[in-house]
Write a protein that binds this ligand. Structure first.
Ligand code: PPE
Length: 312
């Protein structure tokens, strides 16, 4: 990945050059994973650039911070304006948005209260998360030998950077064994989520996804898919899912800001259905990408215009 075209990074209220976007080695976050973060995307729609569900991403960031007793010294509206400024300062018509609220340089030691709350907003161009062909062709995944966090250990509803050491174990094991991604089970052996994606399956004519019960991130793409699937007439249920359902489901797919809607064509080398993207996944992709391109009207109010002046 090259970050050559990233010009500016927002740090504690100032837009600084990419080269100056540094934090001190003694920062609490570096030693203890004490940051809350988000990932959102800006799409180039037929009506101009727009951020997808930015208010919901900001809300989740504030929620994550609330769980970890971190007070953001800005209102959500100010935060949103800062994000839009950062996108415009970089002139990106399409990009990924990564705000971070972290414990900075204060006092090391587990106690985070002695380190200040610092904020940065980074944006960059990020293509297809699981490979260029993944969206059409699907990906080959495994069930991870690593479980997702158990309830009341690491709060799964908070998007904390520290949680991602578990994600990295899932991802590294998958890649090392020749898979694109891993699906983690929860501590009772039921299906949880991918290293950076929520999971859905089509089984018995219904769309199923694991519930918000302390082992998955409350994904915004997950909520989007539940909404557009119901609007398309499908029955969607949030319920516990047995591992073996992954092997006998008609369709399985990932959702996430980075992964968007990515079909899964095999799990542990067992083909999902006929081993390629299924019709329900394709229909949901069509509705989802139609919204993001502006071809389908945004009746949900999910798109925030960015008003980028294209760079010459
Ligand atoms: N679960 C996890 C663990 C997760 O990290 C993500 C997002 C999701 C589910 C889907 O959530 P949402 O984006 O709100 O639909 N993962 C982000 C980070 C990926 C990364 O490698 O960094 C993302 O997709 O932006």
């Amino acid at each position: 990945m090259s970050y050559e075209d990233v010009k500016k990074v927002w740090m504690n209220g100032r837009l600084v050059d990419f080269a100056d976007a540094r934090i001190h080695a003694f920062s609490h976050v570096f030693h203890y994973g004490s940051a809350m973060f988000e990932g959102a995307r800006v799409y180039k729609t037929r009506n101009g650039s727009a951020a997808f569900r930015l208010d919901e991403h900001i809300k989740r960031l504030y929620d994550s911070c609330k769980v970890y007793r971190m007070e953001i010294p800005y209102s959500p509206e100010e935060f949103k304006a800062a994000i839009l400024d950062t996108i415009r300062a970089n002139g990106f018509e399409e990009c990924y948005i990564r705000p971070l609220v972290y414990r900075g340089l204060g006092a090391l030691g587990v106690n985070p209260f002695k380190s200040p709350i610092d904020i940065l907003i980074a944006v960059w161009k990020w293509g297809k998360y699981l490979g260029d062909e993944a969206i059409d062709q699907g990906v080959d995944v495994c069930v991870s030998s690593w479980n997702r966090m158990a309830p009341n250990t690491f709060p799964a509803m908070a998007k904390a950077t520290g949680n991602y050491v578990n994600s990295a174990l899932i991802k590294m094991e998958a890649i090392t064994n020749g898979y694109t991604e891993g699906i983690a089970l929860d501590n009772s052996g039921r299906v949880s989520e991918g290293s950076g994606e929520n999971l859905f399956l089509v089984y018995g004519g219904r769309i199923l996804t694991p519930p918000l019960a302390g082992t998955i991130l409350p994904g915004i793409t997950r909520d989007t898919v539940i909404t557009i699937a119901r609007d398309a007439g499908y029955t969607v249920a949030e319920q516990q899912i047995a591992r073996e359902m992954l092997y006998i489901a008609d369709e399985v797919f990932f959702t996430g800001t980075a992964a968007e809607i990515t079909p899964i064509r095999s799990v542990d080398r067992i083909p999902v259905g006929p081993g390629r993207r299924g019709p329900v996944t394709e229909r949901l992709q069509k509705d989802f990408f139609g919204l993001l391109s502006g071809d389908i009207e945004d009746r949900y109010g999910w798109l925030t215009p960015v008003l980028v002046e294209a760079r010459v």
